[in-house]
Design a binder for this molecule. Sequence first.
Ligand SMILES: [Zn+2]
Ligand SMILES: [Zn+2]
Ligand SMILES: [Zn+2]
Length: 170
Amino acid sequence: MALSFISPLLPHHDHNRCREKALQTADRICDNRGVRLTPMRRQVLELIWESHKAIKAYDLLERITPKAGTTKPVTVYRALNFLMEQGLIHKVESLNAFIGCSFSDHQHQQLLLTCSNCQEVEERPAEAVMEAIDRELEQASFTIYYKAIEIHGLCTHCAKIDATANHIIE
Ligand SMILES: [Zn+2]
Ligand SMILES: [Zn+2]
Ligand SMILES: [Zn+2]
């Protein structure tokens, strides 16, 4: 059976590649649009891409290394807004946290699979799901601002650990 979508969250995947690809895409997108990926915006994006775990704004703020003095929260919020506007990151509303977008250059609606155990979020384009929702919304004459579906559960990795733990208890 052919998989139409390969999960980037396989255990021990080469995350350096994810991060480098995301930063290169960000540079290219900003260049094309004539907007500036300032050092602060870039640093925030890099911190978000340190893993696939959703990260909260105040955790980002703590990890920013300021050139001089301390970084004001508003600076980080502005950087986050810019990155969201450019589709380089997503806000996971149910966690009030952020993840890097794995498909910045070609899609802007997403299915977010959020692991309740490790907080890793897998983004999937889920085209068939999105098309079905579009049809539904058309029937409802509902105007869409943006579309993101968040599903909570256990990722493959945590589900395996969970299964093993249950097995030991038995
Ligand atoms: Zn990765
Ligand atoms: Zn995305
Ligand atoms: Zn997990």
